[in-house]
Ligand binder design. Structure first.
Ligand code: ADP
Length: 851
């Protein structure tokens, strides 16, 4: 509405009835239209009209339009605002309605209502004379001071607002440009006023009156703003105080402000560069680092790559490129350390000493990587630690169990988010020297995942020809690993990839005999556990018979880990007793009663005199040490977990004991067979692998073909063993998967017992692979199997003849307690397995194995 256009509103105006808001001339308002009369007005006047005049409507405030069309028109407010409908928006949701954008033009007064339906139309009289806006000066003179006063307040108010907001700046300009008469209406609609106040302003037709009414509103707003600014200011003051404290802190602690931070960062970079230049990294690495630092300097601090590059450079500086410990290589001292730390394991210690001796003679040894293979808890890891100790080197263990990603070994490329160096480089950073002893634990448990084969990455690490330039993906420069002494451990060689196995020298670490375990317990485990629990030998005594009891009745393992745990449990229980005793002694009234009573309590509970088998123990003072006997064992560890069940289970035909090898050591294995009427079917249970199933079929075939020779018949007396007969073979411990060829002889013996009705000797165990012709072939793991049989209290072991040489590795005391029966063919096996031999009708054919 340009000044001077002097719009004259039509004398007849359609009326829009509003209830909630008041439109003042010169301001704009958005209003929702949903009553029938208003909707009609929008539809038939605004949407259909084509001229500018048709968009001018009268807005009557404070009049609620009835929701129903047929209701009478309410009393209309007499004064309204003629308005220009600028925009109409229609919507059907949640119910049909329009939203109108209207701009107020001038006041009018209803003279006469011309029609009510479909929407009200009235004859109106324009109250504000639009022409007077064009001649501001004249009206200013008329109103004089009032208008001047209003103007000042208005300016004051606007200047209190934030002038940087464009709308405020525009308003400030409008104050000067608009005619003063228009200002009261405009400012009233801007400042915070109620509808009632707006209505009063609308009703104030005389300009003078309007000024008078709006000035208090302006003042009120100004006061409100002042108050607001005051509270804001005090808050800002607080903030400023905080900021004022910070600079002080900056002096003591370093930067806080952005500039300072940047400066500090820059200092960091300079420091880093200095460190890089003074570090002893090889030329190639130095070149890469300097290039990176150049990039870092140019990078804005906020860039994520900046932190990545910095981390990389810090790692490069930290890596022990040239830092190493000096080897203390004295082979005699090494022998003493190894002997002191570990009992038995002679072969392993011998090989380790050889290895160290060669290192002593030839410093830069590109020797093989030692790999200790054996059941858990036999001391593989702890020998590794001892080697580091003898050499005076740092020790670092890298657990490889379950690693299935080659980046675990060789790192991620730096392009990945969250990239890291691999375990080798991380280990070097941890130990801080380039010649530690790295123990690669559980190499047999490397898995092959989607992200490449970790074993392949290890190949490069372990190859003495290549590892002087091992390149981690993260570092992207070669690191010399040739000074690192790698030792690997595994439970079995079967799952180590052949290429990796080829790079290592395998040293078998067998399980321990019971005697060895007793020695290990008394020399190493018990003192260690006592120290761990804060006990002294004066407080607890574990006689050897008790240790033997723990080994045979509470553990069945090749190593000593479970034994160690049980000893720990005993120490804990005793620690409670000792602590309780001390507590009681500390009480003065109890002390008078007599110390002996407390101590008697220990003896009666833990070591009843009749159960103390060691006579030496009886001579000990009654209170201490607390003696651990079988009763105490039962109290602490519960009832025994393993029985000497062997003889019990062999008291009927169709049972034989085999020997099996598992990664956890050797085990004895019962094989049970039963027969019943049927159609000649063989049922196998106990989670058998394919090889084992084949062995069972082989055994049956051999027995069927030799039934006549041995006079073996089925229930109906036929030599065809499967005629009308079903056989069921079961391998107990059904939850454990079993496979391997070495159960062949056991199955044959078990079936021979079933069909002959004779009992297999209860003290005999056997192992060996069979052929269809009845030959017994050699098998692996003899040493572990023999130890298992010995643990189980068996006396005779049938082994394949060609395994006889393996017996040499078995400790003499064990060998002396066992009888070995080497067998070349199944006849010999059966003869040894049954008391008085297994009768053969025809003369024995002699087999000569050519395998
Ligand atoms: P592995 O690595 O073979 O699974 P560890 O090296 O962890 O077994 O040995 C388990 C525990 O048994 C360690 O506390 C170790 O000191 C102890 N141990 C094993 N063998 C011997 C031994 N021959 N002499 C002394 N302690 C032993």
């Amino acid at each position: 509405m340009a000044a001077g256009s002097a719009i004259q509103i039509p004398t007849r105006l359609p009326l829009l009835l509003t209830h909630e808001s008041v439109l003042l001339p010169g301001s704009t308002m958005r209003t929702s239209v949903d009553s029938p009369r208003n909707m009609q007005l929008v539809r038939s006047r605004l949407l259909k009209g084509t001229s500018l005049r048709s968009t001018i409507i009268g807005v009557i405030p404070n009049t609620s339009d009835p929701t129903s069309d047929c209701d009478d028109l309410p009393n209309l407010h007499r004064i309204g605002t003629a308005a220009l409908a600028v925009q109409v928006v229609g919507s059907n949701w949640p119910k049909p309605h329009y939203t109108l954008l209207v701009t107020g033009l001038c006041r009018f007064q209803i003279l006469q209502l011309l029609k009510e339906k479909p929407y009200p139309v009235a004859e109106v009289q324009q109250l504000d004379r639009l022409e007077q806006f064009t001649n501001g000066h004249k009206s200013e003179e008329e109103l004089g001071e009032l208008s001047e006063q209003f103007y000042k307040y208005a300016v004051q108010l606007v200047e209190m607002l934030d002038m940087s907001v464009p709308a405020v700046a525009k308003l400030r300009r409008l104050l000067d440009n608009l005619p003063r008469e228009a200002l009261p209406d405009i400012l009233t609609s801007i400042i915070r006023t109620t509808n009632q106040e707006k209505l009063q302003i609308l009703d104030a037709v005389r300009l003078e009156e309007r000024f008078k009414m709006t000035i208090p509103l302006l003042v009120r707003q100004i006061e409100g703003l002042k108050l607001l600014q005051k509270t804001r200011k005090s808050k800002q003051d607080d903030d400023k105080r905080v900021v004022a404290i910070r600079p002080n802190r900056r002096i003591t602690h370093g930067s806080i402000t952005e500039d300072e931070e940047e400066e500090e960062d820059h200092d960091d970079v300079v420091m880093l560069e200095k460190k890089i230049r003074t570090s002893s990294m090889p030329e190639q690495a130095l070149k890469v680092c300097l290039k990176e630092i150049k990039r870092l300097k140019k990078m804005p601090q906020s860039m994520p790559e900046c932190a990545l590059t910095r981390n990389y450079l810090e790692l490069m500086v930290e890596l022990p490129w040239n830092k190493s410990t000096k080897d203390r290589l004295d082979i005699r001292a090494a022998r003493i350390v190894l002997d002191n730390d570990h009992y038995a394991m002679e072969k392993l210690k011998k090989r380790v000493l050889e290895y160290l001796a060669v290192r002593q003679l030839k410093n830069n040894l590109k020797g093989p990587i030692l790999c200790f293979v054996g059941p858990p808890g036999v001391g593989k890891t702890s020998v590794g630690r001892s080697i580091a100790k003898t050499l005076g080197r740092e020790f670092h263990r890298i657990a490889l169990g379950g690693v299935c990603d080659q980046s675990n070994i060789r790192g991620h490329r730096r392009t990945y988010v969250g990239s890291m160096p691999g375990r080798i480089i991380n280990g070097l950073k941890t130990v801080g020297v380039n010649n530690p002893v790295f123990l690669l634990d559980e190499v047999d448990k490397l898995a092959k995942g989607l992200q490449g084969d970790p074993a392949a990455a290890l190949l490069e690490v372990l190859d003495p020809e290549q590892n002087h330039s091992f390149t981690d993906h993260y570092l992207n420069v070669a690191f010399d690993l040739s000074q690192v002494l790698f030792i690997a451990t595994a439970n079995t060689t079967a799952t180590i990839p052949p290429a990796l196995l080829d790079r290592m020298e395998v040293i078998q670490v067998p399980g321990y005999t019971q005697e060895e375990k007793i020695e290990i317990a008394h020399r190493h485990l018990i003192p260690k556990q006592l120290e761990l629990h804060g006990l002294t030998p004066q407080q607890i005594q574990i006689p050897q018979v008790t240790t033997w009891g723990i080994i045979t009745r509470y553990t069945r393992e090749a190593g000593v880990r479970a034994l160690d745990r049980k000893l720990g449990a005993i120490c804990r229980a005793v620690a409670v007793k000792v602590a309780e005793g001390q507590h009681k002694e500390a009480k003065p009234d109890r002390a008078d009663v007599g110390e002996g009573e407390d101590c008697k309590e220990h003896i009666t509970e833990d070591a009843k005199p009749e159960s103390i088998s060691d006579t030496a123990d009886l001579s000990l003072p009654p209170e201490m040490p607390i003696l651990i006997d079988f009763h105490a064992l039962k109290d602490i560890l519960g009832p025994p977990m393993y029985d000497m069940e062997v003889s019990e289970r062999l008291n009927q035909p169709g049972v034989a004991i085999g020997l099996a090898w598992t990664p956890l050591g050797g085990e004895i294995m019962f094989v049970e067979a039963s027969r019943m009427d049927g159609e000649g079917q063989l049922t196998l249970t106990g989670q058998l692998g394919d090889v084992m199933k084949e062995s069972a079929h082989l055994a049956i075939s051999w027995l069927r073909s030799n039934a006549k020779r041995y006079q073996l018949t089925n229930a109906s007396g036929s030599f065809d063993l499967l005629d009308n007969t079903d056989i069921h073979l079961h391998f107990p411990a059904g939850a454990v998967t079993k496979d391997g060829p070495s159960a062949g002889v056991t199955i044959v013996t078990c079936l021979a017992s079933l069909f002959s009705g004779r009992l297999v000797c209860s003290d005999v165990a056997m192992t060996g692979e069979i052929t269809l012709r009845g030959l017994v072939l050699p098998v692996g793991g003899i040493k572990d199997k023999v130890l298992a049989a010995h643990r189980a209290g068996l006396k005779r072991i049938i082994i394949p003849q060609r395994n006889e040489k393996d017996l040499e590795e078995i400790a003499a005391p064990v060998r002396q307690e066992l009888t070995f029966v080497p067998a070349a063919c199944l006849d010999e096996v059966l003869n040894a397995a049954f008391d008085g031999g297994f009768a053969v009708r025809a003369s024995l054919e002699h087999f000569n194995s050519k395998l």
